[in-house]
Structures are given as C-alpha cells and as structure tokens.
Write a protein that binds this ligand. Structure first.
Ligand code: DC
Length: 239
C-alpha cells in the first residue's frame, strides 16, 4: 500500500491566525491547502440563499453533499455554482450561519469525505477546527493556534477595516466570544486541541514567527518536505 500524503493540521478558534499561517506554510512547502471553514461558510450561504432553515439537518446535509464549489488557487477566489462568493462568505451574517450549520452532525459528515479528498501529494496543510481530531487523525503534525479573544477581535477588526467594511470592535468581540462558545460546546467535533497537538498562543507573536515555528515542527515531522517549497502562495486542489 502506498503511504497517504503528509498532512499538517492547523486548528484553533477564529482570529488566531490559522488562515494566514496555513496559507504561508502551504506556500513554503509547496503543498495543497484546505480552508475547511470556507466549506461550512458555503453551506451556510447556499442555505441562506435557498431559504433552507438553519435547523433542518436533512435539507442542510443534502445541500452540503450537492454543493458545486470551486476554489481558484491563482487569485484565491471561491465560486459557488460558478458565482464568485469570496466576499459574501466572509460577511457577519454568513459567519454566524456557518457556526450554526457547523454544529449539525449530518452536515459535518456530509463534508468529511470532501475534505479528505484534498489530501494529495506532495502534501496538505488543513486549516480548521477538527482537522487533527476528526478529519485527519493520523496527521504527522497537529498544531492548535490560540490567542486572547481581545487580540483575535482586534485582528478581525483590522482585516475588515482594510476591506472597507465598517464594524464595531466591541460588537466583534462579543460575536467572536459567542461563536467560540458555540464551536466549543457543540456535541460533534467540538473545538478543542487533539491530545497530541502542539498548542501555540499567538497573542504576542507576529505571523512570521508563527510560520517559522510551524515550519520548524514540520521539518521534524516530515524531514523530506522541509525546504522543498516554492516560497509562493499555497496551491489548492480545484474541488
Ligand atoms: O474558520 P472559519 O471562521 O472560516 O469557519 C467558519 C465556521 O465553521 C466557524 O463557526 C467554525 C466552523 N468550522 C468547523 O466547525 N469546522 C471546521 N473544520 C472549520 C470551520
């Protein structure tokens, strides 16, 4: 049997720097990237648009199974049924709805195989909440990134401001705390570090320092992969 492709699982709460760190690590290694949160966001957006109630597991799971999704790696865009929804899946309504649909077991299992299909040579950096615990329990490196809720809210605020989206910092902080609670308390795949994950508190760290630390760990976990990357952005399989 051939060895499955290597995986680095990067989990943690929203705003801990997972997205940026995962993209940079994937780029440095020349590996594929899975943004699993985008999948939950896409299910949420499709449900909001189709008027599917967010508490109807059967219809939501069917929607998740049938989603026509495309990740465009070159310019980092996401398409839903051919339409560019890169911005739409990031707005606050969609963020809250994503957290709700992510709590539904039938939706999670509908997305599980889709996520595992991203595991292809030369390797995968998987960004999410349950990458190390549920989706890729055999990942050779599991990282759990955290940061204080205040710092995570500040980072999210800055990101949104830069995109010209007007938000209030206290409201963002409240919403993040509410999502954290829902993600941590749900019965399926609650947000918590795998017992074998390396936990990294990024509150006081720059993104470069976070990436450097993960690459150090990767060099130990997967010595053959270290230093093989292009230094560019991560690539993602199309589907
Ligand atoms: O990382 P994100 O903010 O894009 O994730 C959107 C929502 O999906 C968030 O509420 C957490 C949830 N999620 C999850 O439950 N499991 C994952 N693997 C990724 C995201």
């Amino acid at each position: 049997m051939t060895e499955p492709a290597p995986v680095i699982a990067i989990d943690g709460p929203g705003g801990a720097g997972k997205g940026t760190a995962s993209r940079l690590v994937a780029g440095r290694l020349g590996w594929h990237l899975l943004d699993s949160g985008a999948l939950y966001r896409l299910v949420a957006l499709a449900a909001l648009r189709a008027g599917v109630p967010l508490d109807d597991p059967g219809r939501l799971a069917a929607l998740a199974r049938g989603l026509d999704i495309e990740f465009l790696t070159a310019d980092d865009r996401v398409l839903l049924a051919g339409e560019d929804v890169t911005a739409a899946i990031r707005d606050e309504a969609c963020s809250q709805a994503a957290s709700q649909v992510a709590a539904i077991p039938a939706v999670r299992s509908a997305l599980a195989e889709r996520q595992r299909a991203f595991r292809r040579p030369p390797g995968l950096v998987a960004d999410g909440r349950d990458m190390g615990t549920v989706i890729f329990p055999d990942a050779g490196l599991k990282v759990f990134l955290t940061a204080s809720v205040e710092e995570r809210a500040r980072r999210r605020y800055k990101q949104l401001k830069e995109k010209g989206i007007d938000v209030s910092l206290p409201a963002l902080s409240r919403e993040l705390a509410e999502r954290d609670r829902r993600d941590a308390e749900r019965e399926v795949a609650p947000l918590r570090p795998s017992p074998d994950a390396r936990v990294l508190d990024t509150t006081q760290m720059t993104i470069d320092a976070v990436v450097a630390r993960i690459l150090e760990w990767a060099a130990t976990a997967y010595p053959a992969a270290a230093g093989t990357g292009t230094g560019g952005d991560g690539t993602r399989p199309e589907r």
